[in-house]
Design a protein around this ligand. Structure first.
Ligand SMILES: [Zn+2]
Length: 303
């Protein structure tokens, strides 16, 4: 009997210690969990959420996000999510299936953005999904996040609103820097040639002509025909430098470089942030890095 009492007491004490000692950790773990489909959205969402929500990306930095294949761990994690944010505009080909397997509400953060249509190939007429490449569009992403977070956690609605307004001021600043630096390029250097057609929004904002090897990352990319078209564009327009993105192989663009004599202008970031030690740990860094790389490449400063 005495032994039973001691055992009960020991168990109760352990339970008590866990409850009290783990106070801070329990507090942290209680924050609603918001998952995003990729790292760029996670960073923007974290700016809006502040310390009130736990925000994580399903895909890791450097992942190919269009044709991503979710793991069983991703699905397990998503079943615990209070909210999932996706970009929409057909960016995440895997998302409809994914979200049907987990019981969590989701919000499309690009809702309300005026899309630019893809001009060619199999995707002709469909919206270009990379709307976040215009910081002005990201203002709409932020508004959608503020709304979604406020209905998820009403007690902190004022915080989300204030964080959103503050972040939108930073978006305006980075937009001004982007257009300011790129609009200074001489007219003969105003062409942006990339691997994926992911820069339509940025090219529009910056007043650049856009050419790419393939329209959207998918299985059928960098066909000989697509590479030939890029080579012709570079030759005809005497484009001084071409670029490729961090999440795909630059081998097809290297072919364009050797066929034309254009310089390889560097790596651009669009579908993923870098890790914390890399060149673009945040979305604002991503836009600044790309603007700098494009200007340096096209003006020859990188050579
Ligand atoms: Zn992409």
């Amino acid at each position: 009997m005495a032994k039973t009492i001691r055992t009960v007491c020991a168990l109760a004490c352990v339970a008590l210690l866990t409850a009290c000692g783990g106070g801070a950790a329990t507090e942290g773990a209680k924050r609603p969990l918001v998952l995003t489909t990729f790292t760029v959205l996670a960073d923007i969402a974290a700016n809006v959420a502040g310390d009130k929500l736990q925000v994580e990306s399903i895909t890791k930095a450097g992942a190919e996000i269009h044709g991503y294949e979710p793991t069983p761990d991703d699905i397990k994690k998503a079943t615990k999510a209070d909210l999932i944010l996706d970009n929409g505009l057909n960016l995440e080909a895997w998302f409809a299936q994914f979200v049907s397997e987990v019981d969590a509400p989701h919000v499309v953060v690009s809702d309300g953005v005026a899309p630019i249509d893809i001009a060619e190939d199999a995707y002709r007429g469909k919206p270009n999904p990379h709307a976040w490449m215009s910081p002005m569009n990201v203002r709409i992403y932020v508004d959608n996040m503020v709304r979604a977070f406020s209905s998820l956690d009403q007690a902190h609605a004022a915080d989300f609103h204030a964080n959103g307004e503050n972040y939108k001021r930073q978006l305006q600043q980075v937009q001004d820097e982007l257009t300011g630096s790129l609009h200074r390029l001489p007219s003969n250097e105003r062409a942006l040639v990339t691997c994926e057609g992911a820069f339509s929004y940025l090219a529009r904002d910056a007043g650049l002509a856009e050419r790419y090897i393939w329209p959207v990352n998918a299985e059928q990319q960098a066909t000989p025909q697509q590479i030939t078209r890029a080579i012709e564009f570079v030759n005809q327009n005497k484009v001084p430098a071409v670029f490729c993105e961090s999440t795909v192989s630059d081998a097809p663009m290297r072919q364009v470089v050797s066929a034309t004599g254009a310089a390889f202008g560097g790596v651009l970031y669009v579908d993923s942030l870098s890790g914390p030690e890399g060149p673009v740990p945040t979305y604002l860094d991503l836009i600044r890095h790309d603007a700098r790389t494009i200007v340096a490449g096209l003006t020859g400063a990188a050579r």
